[in-house]
Design a protein around this ligand. Structure first.
Ligand SMILES: Cc1cc2nc3c(=O)[nH]c(=O)nc-3n(C[C@H](O)[C@H](O)[C@H](O)COP(=O)(O)O)c2cc1C
Length: 281
């Protein structure tokens, strides 16, 4: 169970999710047993300070290799590996030409080469289903230690069925470890782990770090208050905490009513009170 030189305790990871994977949430997922946790995508040129106490896999997105080396040098000691995003389907990605809209193979190669030359830590790349995927795979084989595949097209975004056969074809074509992403759940996890080297859990883990312990046969019972304690420790912004409180009440009895109340809350204290009164009572 290795990616490059990195030993992993299991093959079930938290998928990169921008906005969702703050340090408090990542820490809960790790405590629940996730084998590796990814940050959301980060622009190497942004001045934002990133909390990496949990030693995550740090994902970057870019349209060129500018700033990539400096970024990697800055964070090298604090992460398990560096991942390159070639999958983001968002409007801003289209406008600026990054993620799934970064089409020029030459540019992709320049960025991956720069990443490779900047660190001894493992490098991974995350792709979608596309006509260029096999060409990107060839480049990845030169520089990367694993490849993540989310087999939906950029037009599909996050809906519709992921094309499992597409991901299996990638797996067949390469010796690189393949990390599969797309609708992995309790029911298909075992099968996906037979088909691929690693899997990533995205939406199933949102607001539910206990997903990992459940499928690993461990017992954790983290709730929003556990998240809140960590969020306070790391001084996370109110906007992020409010957003997480919505996810942590997803699927719970009375959750919809709680979310309506939380939507109006103006302080962390208010959110905590609403949650404690409506969910924990
Ligand atoms: C809210 C949200 C944010 C995401 N942000 C990222 C991101 O920053 N980088 C990335 O590679 N994928 C991102 N993804 C895609 C996920 O990593 C994953 O590939 C996708 O959601 C499919 O897996 P799932 O069905 O388990 O959710 C995001 C997905 C969601 C739902």
């Amino acid at each position: 169970m290795k990616i490059g030189s990195l030993k992993l305790k299991n093959r079930i990871f938290l998928a990169p999710m921008a906005e969702v994977n703050d340090i408090a949430f990542r820490k809960l997922c790790l405590d629940a047993g996730a084998g590796l946790v990814f940050t959301g995508m980060i622009n190497p040129l942004s001045k934002q300070e990133i909390d990496l106490d949990d030693k995550p896999a740090l994902q970057l997105f870019s349209t060129n290799e500018k700033g990539v080396k400096e970024f990697i040098k800055k964070y090298e000691d604090k992460v398990k590996l560096f991942d390159f995003n070639l999958g983001c389907p968002a409007k801003t990605a289209k406008k600026l030409g990054f993620g799934s809209y970064l089409g020029e193979l030459e540019t992709i190669e320049k960025i991956l080469k720069t990443m490779r030359e900047s660190t001894k830590k493992p490098i991974t790349v995350k792709i979608r289903k596309s006509k260029k995927a096999l060409k990107i795979l060839k480049i990845a084989e030169k520089y990367c230690d694993a490849i993540s595949v989310h087999p939906r097209t950029k037009e599909q975004g996050y809906s519709g069925e992921p094309d499992l056969d597409f991901a299996l074809r990638i797996k067949k074509r390469t010796k690189l470890p393949v990390i599969y992403s797309g609708n992995v759940n309790e029911d298909n996890l075992e099968e996906r782990l037979k088909q691929f080297d690693f899997v990533m859990i995205g939406r199933k883990a949102m607001g539910n770090p206990n997903f990992f312990s459940k499928v690993l046969g461990k017992k954790t019972n983290f709730n929003f208050l556990d998240y809140l304690n960590l969020a306070k420790e790391y001084n996370l912004k109110f906007r992020i905490i409010k957003f997480q409180s919505m996810w942590f009440t997803k699927g719970l009895e009375g959750g919809a009513k709680v979310r309506e109340q939380i939507a109006k809350a103006k302080t962390i204290k208010e959110i905590k009170e609403i949650y404690s009164k409506e969910i924990l009572n």
